[in-house]
Design a protein. Structure first.
Length: 335
């Protein structure tokens, strides 16, 4: 069936000539009746039909062979062709590092079920849409470390995303340190485009690197930073203390994001600042980034066609030879 799917016809109009075949059949029947008049009898008991000779049985064989040959020649005129196609695909992917704040404040419940889980879910969906890109993951709180270097193994990356939780490093919000770590992971990349997506819900209060300093270091390497402030505008139900058993005490706290600094970081690197006040707006932000940073894919289509009328022409010629031999050397009939 795959072979038939690859067959096309250069001159399909030739198939209209197949209408000649039923006309020839009708003509042959009428001619046969004229040459063999009928004799009506009340019984055939006087004739031994079992002794009918092979020549009588196959007297119509030459005509059948001629019809098959003609049908083959008509298909030849339609010029059947097999087509082979292939693509030459060149992909220029984008290297992306997600820098994610995992401080205790990311457990605030203004994004459902909380800021951290919402950020993880949306980031994982984003990873699924970037099949041609290398993506890495850096996490930060009071400190920062690389959870996953740049990789095309997105399944491993998604599993590492799912394992992220608060308390993996000392608490705090070292935005500059997290950004610097992400830059160190991507600065030497040979990719056409180098992108960092930094998500935080607070103000830089830890680490020895200021966010603006880190952004100024990123610019010479052509690294573009998209910053996302995560949190509602106003009060959010957030952790305010931790009990000895590791559980958090919650209360309503004013959401405080250093938006001027985040805007400046993005501006220095040619990126954009976004504010995500709920999970839906966070999804829209990632969708915007996905559209802004499109992977370059070039495709060249090649097609090779082979003519298939020769086998049919040989088949038709063989049928005509057989028809001639059967008709003139064996049956010895004139029609």
């Amino acid at each position: 069936m795959n072979i038939l799917n690859n067959i096309s016809f250069a001159s399909p109009w030739a198939f209209w000539l197949l209408l000649i075949l039923p006309i020839l059949v009708v003509w042959y029947i009428m001619l046969h009746r004229q040459q063999h008049p009928e004799l009506k009898m009340s019984t055939l008991a006087f004739f031994d039909l079992k002794n009918t000779t092979a020549k009588v049985k196959y007297m119509h064989l030459p005509f059948v062979l001629r019809l098959l040959a003609l049908a083959s020649l008509i298909i030849c005129l339609a010029r059947p062709q097999s087509k082979k196609s292939w693509q030459d695909v060149r992909t220029e992917g984008i290297d992306i590092v997600v820098a994610l704040d995992i401080s205790a404040s990311m457990l605030a419940q203004d994004l459902k079920p909380n800021r951290l889980e919402a950020a993880k879910d949306v980031a994982i969906n984003f990873i699924d849409s970037r099949i041609n890109d290398r993506i890495g993951l850096v996490i930060f709180s009071g400190e920062s470390f690389t959870q996953c270097p740049l990789t095309t193994d997105h399944q491993v990356l998604k599993n590492l995303f799912k394992d992220i939780k608060t308390g993996m490093v000392n608490d705090g919000t070292a935005i500059g340190l997290g950004l610097a770590n992400a830059i160190s992971r991507i600065k030497d990349s040979k990719a056409k485009s180098k992108v960092i997506i930094l998500m935080t819900d607070g103000v830089n209060n830890s680490g020895n690197i200021a966010p603006i300093t880190a952004a100024e270091a990123a610019a010479p390497f052509g690294v573009r930073v998209y910053t996302i402030g995560v949190g509602t505008r106003g009060m959010a139900y957030s952790p305010i203390a931790v009990y000895p058993n590791g559980q958090y005490a919650y209360d309503f706290v004013k959401c405080d994001i250093d938006e001027p600094t985040m805007r400046k970081v993005s501006k220095i690197t040619g990126g954009t600042y976004f504010r995500a006040t709920d999970k839906n707006s966070l999804e829209k932000i990632y969708s915007q980034i996905d559209k802004l940073e499109k992977t370059i894919i070039e495709e060249k289509q090649y097609t090779h066609k082979s003519e298939w009328f020769w086998p049919l022409a040989v088949f038709a010629f063989c049928l005509l030879v057989i028809e001639y031999l059967v008709k003139n050397l064996w049956l010895r009939v004139s029609f």
